[in-house]
Design a binder for this molecule. Structure first.
Ligand code: ATP
Length: 366
């Protein structure tokens, strides 16, 4: 179900300081969507999730789940967590070590006083969904990290929630298991067509698991979009840097060519995507991801957006090379295909398509 948050503000006041954890945050997720809140530690992600769950109380704003208002400061509405139709999966899993798998999953149904037969049926059904049907009697402590994570997921699902909230659910798993579990989790959520809000500080996790990513900093959402939009077409320099490696060049806008702009950079004039309505001469920063560059064969005729430089370092990275190219005082990091034979010291031409580089306004200007 859709989750809609408007103008949510939450301040923590202690003897020593006042922290504005959420600063008028608004967003709406859509039905069946996995929307991820991504941001550095302390940016307010967990606070936002806890406000939606009913575990934290904002000072202003409104929260709606489906058509139901579950929190409104102005209208004095505050539904308790158990009436919000929410399932939650935490980083720590919060599964009970003294209970077996069945009892852990049954817990939310026992709280709701669901009759025994129905309870047994629903727990069995949910354990089947997460492929733990053979583990009913197993003490929760005798499970692997991945299995514990699935118990936590089953417990969040068993009462048929309208939306599931995930707070760093994979961070206790080792790197390899985290990778396979996130793929599993995504296909599982998509199969169930259940709406999910997902909190993580891990960019790769956010990009791989989500339908949309909202990047947060200091209690506000800076930018939101599909993983591709956030990775290749973000307009906020902080978002660009936070979600992955990027080559930034200080540049100046020369003129527009439709939705593109010609910019002058230390490595020559380039054509890139750009925000509309800027005057010629406006200082901008142009960025391109390392994988947005291509190697240009020496025989090829010169074309738009080429940079010539010398390879200063070359790292073989399996599927290709990570190459630093020095062009004047500028260093470009590019990922190039393994099919070309490159050496340190070689002079190379690399090219970036106009759709794969973007001018953004430097921080502080608007
Ligand atoms: P992390 O990834 O480290 O969990 P986060 O983005 O989830 O970070 P929050 O836990 O939401 O961030 O915290 C946002 C801000 O509010 C931080 O500055 C934090 O110190 C502060 N904060 C959170 N909970 C409390 C609290 N109960 N009392 C005082 N300050 C708090």
């Amino acid at each position: 179900m859709r989750v809609s948050v408007s103008e949510l503000t939450k301040t923590f006041v202690s003897k020593y300081e006042t922290v504005r954890a959420l600063d008028k945050v608004s967003f709406t997720s859509s039905q069946g969507q996995i929307l991820t809140l991504l941001g550095p530690s302390g940016c307010g992600k967990t606070t936002l999730l806890r406000c939606i769950a009913g575990l934290e109380f904002p000072e202003t704003g409104e929260i709606q789940i489906g058509e139901q208002v579950v929190w409104s400061a102005a209208r004095r509405i505050s539904l308790p967590p158990e009436s919000r139709g929410i399932g939650m999966v935490f980083q720590s899993y919060a599964i009970w070590p003294h209970m077996n798998v069945f009892e852990n999953v049954a817990y939310p149904l026992r709280l709701r006083k669901v009759p025994r037969q129905e309870l047994t049926r629903r727990v069995a059904e949910t354990l089947r969904m997460v492929q733990l049907e053979g583990f009913k009697e197993r003490p929760a402590t005798k499970l692997s990290g991945g299995q514990q994570q699935r118990v936590a997921l089953a417990r969040a699902l068993v009462a048929g929630p309208r939306v599931i909230l995930f707070d760093e659910p994979l961070s206790n798993l080792d790197a390899k298991l985290r990778e396979s579990t996130r793929l599993e989790l995504r296909s599982f959520l998509k199969h169930l067509e259940i709406s999910a809000l997902y909190v993580t500080h891990d960019q790769v996790e956010a990009l791989t698991i989500s339908d949309e990513v909202a990047v947060m900093k200091d209690g506000v959402i800076l930018e939101r979009g599909t993983p591709e939009e956030i990775y290749f077409r973000a307009d906020d320099p902080y978002v660009v840097s936070f979600v992955g490696r990027a080559n930034f060049l200080d540049a100046e806008l020369l003129s527009y060519q439709g939705q593109y702009a010609s910019v002058s950079t230390p490595v020559g004039d380039l054509v890139c995507a750009a925000p509309p309505g800027l005057e010629a001469g406006t200082p901008v920063r142009m960025y391109a991801r390392p994988e947005s560059f291509q190697y240009v064969h020496p025989e090829q005729d010169p074309a738009e957006n080429e940079i010539t430089g010398t390879i200063s370092t070359l790292l073989f990275a399996g599927e290709g090379y990570e190459v630093t190219v020095e062009s004047g005082d500028t260093t470009i990091l590019a990922k190039l295909g393994a099919e070309v034979d490159l050496r340190e010291g070689d002079t190379v031409r690399i090219r970036v398509g106009r759709d794969w580089c973007r001018a953004v306004l430097p921080k502080g200007s608007s």
